[in-house]
Design a protein around this ligand. Structure first.
Ligand SMILES: O=C(O)C1=C[C@@H](OP(=O)(O)O)[C@@H](O)[C@H](O)C1
Ligand SMILES: C=C(OP(=O)(O)O)C(=O)O
Length: 424
C-alpha cells in the first residue's frame, strides 16, 4: 500500500492506541497465572493478535466481548506442536521460555523481519535450564523441548531486555524457589519494570530486583486469586508520533497516556520539554501546539523505539540534535539508524552517524519525497508525521507496516485533519 501525505495542519483531540508491550505481557501473564483474566482496552495490532494466537496454542481459551477479552487458563499445556509469533520480537523472546515449560518438542516460527533477528540467546541459555533447543544458527525456526528447570543463571542483557522478560515470566510460572537470575549490562530497563508491574497485576511472584543486576525468586507466590481485571495501558510508543505530529503541525489534545506509566517511551516528554515544544501536561490529557523549537540532546539507549519520532521532531528543531543509543537500533524491524538516514535523506534531512551518536541537522525544512518503510512500522509513521509540514507531497511505500503496532494510525491523523490518500 502507498500512502500519500500532503502538507497539512492538524487540530483536535485523539486517544492514544493500546500499548502492544502492555497487551502482549497481559496475554503471557494471563496464561501463566491461570484462572480468569478480563482484559480491558485490548490491543488489535498484528503483534497483539500474534500473542493471542500463541496463548491459544498453549492452551488458553479466549472469549471476545465488546472492548474486552476474557482469557481462561488452567496453566501452560500446549495443544499444538507449532507456535507462530508473527513478526513480534517481544512475542518470540517472551513466549519461548513459556513454551519451554512443556515437555513435548514444540516448533516456534515467525515471519517478516523476525526471521533474521538474533535468537542465539536461547541456544546459550535454555540448555542451562534443562531445555533442549535447536535453532538455525541463532535464527528461526526454533524447536524447544522442556520442561524448564529454574536455576541460578547469568544472562547477558545488552542485546535486548525481551529475553529477560521471558525468563522472568517462565520462572514465576514454574514456581521458581530460591533462585537468582543475574543479568549483565541490561539495556531497555524500563521494559523490565513494565514486566514486573504486569506480573504483580496478575498475582505472579515478583522477584526481588537488585538494581537490575539480579532478580531473586523466593518461591512465595502472593495470594493466588482466581480472577482479575487488567486494563491495557495507552501506548507511549505510538503516542509519541501523535505528540510529535502536534508539535509540528497543529494544536492537538492527546488522551489515554498515563504519566505514571513505567513504559520506556514516556521519555518522549523529556525530549519535547528539552526542545521547547509548546506542551501542557495534565493528568487526563496532554495538549501540544507548534512553537519554534530548538535542537536537543537525548539519550535513547533505554527507549530505542523513540528514535523514529525523535528524528521527525529534530527535523523541525533549529540546530543539530544529538541522540545517543544508535547501537540499540541494529536489530529492530529494520536497521533503523540506516533506514532513518536513508529515508529522511530523501526528504532533504542530513543525519550523521558517529559511533553511538546520531546527529540531525534540523530547522532547514523538508521536501516531500517518495520514501519506503522498509517494512518497519516506526519508519512509516515517522515519515508520515514529518511529511505533514514538508514542502510538497510524500509517498510512503509499504505503508501498511503500521499494522504491526498501530493499525489506526493513518485514520487517527486523518481524523485530526491530515490530508492522506491510500492506494492499494
Ligand atoms: O519489551 C518490550 O515490549 C519491548 C522492548 C524493547 O526491545 P529491546 O529490549 O530489545 O530494546 C522495544 O524496542 C520493543 O519494541 C518492545
Ligand atoms: C522493535 C519493536 O518491536 P519487537 O522487538 O517487539 O518486534 C518495535 O515495536 O519497534
Amino acid at each position: 500500500m502507498v500512502v500519500t501525505v500532503e502538507p497539512s495542519s492538524i487540530k483536535g483531540e485523539i486517544w492514544a492506541p493500546a500499548s502492544k508491550s502492555s497487551m502482549q505481557r497481559a496475554c503471557a501473564a494471563a496464561i501463566a497465572a491461570g484462572g480468569t483474566s478480563i482484559i480491558r482496552n485490548p490491543g488489535k495490532s498484528n503483534d497483539d493478535k500474534a500473542a493471542l494466537g500463541v496463548i491459544q496454542a498453549l492452551g488458553a481459551a479466549i472469549e471476545q466481548k465488546e472492548n474486552e477479552l476474557i482469557i481462561r487458563s488452567s496453566g501452560i499445556h500446549a495443544r499444538s506442536t507449532t507456535v507462530h509469533c508473527g513478526e513480534s520480537g517481544l512475542g518470540i523472546r517472551m513466549f519461548t521460555p513459556l513454551v519451554a515449560l512443556n515437555e513435548q518438542a514444540i516448533t516456534i516460527t515467525g515471519e517478516g523481519s523476525l526471521v533474521t533477528r538474533p535468537m542465539d540467546f536461547f541456544d546459550e541459555v535454555l540448555p542451562q535450564l534443562q531445555v533442549s533447543v535447536q535453532s538455525q544458527q541463532g535464527k528461526l525456526p526454533l524447536v524447544v523441548k522442556g520442561p524448564v528447570k529454574p536455576g541460578n543463571i547469568t544472562i547477558d542483557g545488552s542485546l535486548s531486555s525481551q529475553f529477560l522478560t521471558g525468563i522472568l515470566l517462565a520462572y514465576a510460572a514454574s514456581g521458581a524457589k530460591d533462585v537468582t537470575i543475574t543479568v549483565t549490562n541490561l539495556k531497555s530497563k524500563p521494559y523490565v519494570d513494565l514486566t514486573l508491574k504486569v506480573m504483580e497485576d496478575f498475582g505472579l511472584e515478583v522477584p526481588q530486583n537488585n538494581n537490575y543486576e539480579s532478580f531473586y525468586f523466593t518461591g512465595n507466590r502472593p495470594t493466588v486469586t482466581d480472577s482479575r481485571t487488567y486494563t491495557v495501558e495507552g501506548d507511549w510508543s505510538g503516542g509519541a508520533f501523535l505528540l510529535v505530529a502536534a508539535a509540528i503541525a497543529g494544536e492537538t489534545i492527546i488522551k489515554g497516556l498515563d504519566v505514571f506509566s513505567t513504559q520506556a517511551d514516556k521519555a518522549i516528554l523529556q525530549a519535547l520539554m528539552s526542545c521547547g515544544a509548546g506542551i501542557s501536561i495534565e493528568p487526563e490529557q496532554i495538549t501540544i501546539r507548534p512553537v519554534p523549537m530548538k535542537a536537543f540532546h537525548f539519550n535513547a539507549t533505554d527507549c530505542p523505539d523513540l528514535f523514529p519520532p525523535l528524528v521527525a521532531l529534530a527535523a523541525y528543531c533549529e540546530g543539530t540534535t544529538v541522540i545517543e543509543g544508535v547501537g540499540r537500533l541494529t536489530h529492530k524491524e529494520s536497521n533503523r539508524a540506516l533506514t532513518l538516514q536513508e529515508e529522511f535523506g530523501k526528504m532533504g534531512l542530513s543525519i550523521e552517524l558517529q559511533d553511538d551518536l546520531m546527529l540531525i541537522k534540523g530547522g532547514n525544512g523538508l521536501t516531500g519525497a517518495k520514501v519506503h518503510s522498509h517494512h518497519d512500522h516506526r519508519i512509516a509513521m515517522a515519515c508520515a508525521v514529518a511529511a505533514l509540514k514538508a514542502d510538497g507531497s510524500t509517498n510512503i511505500e509499504k505503508a501498511e507496516a503500521i499494522n504491526k503496532s498501530y493499525p489506526d494510525f493513518y485514520e487517527h491523523i486523518r481524523s485530526l485533519g491530515a490530508k492522506l490518500n491510500q492506494e492499494a
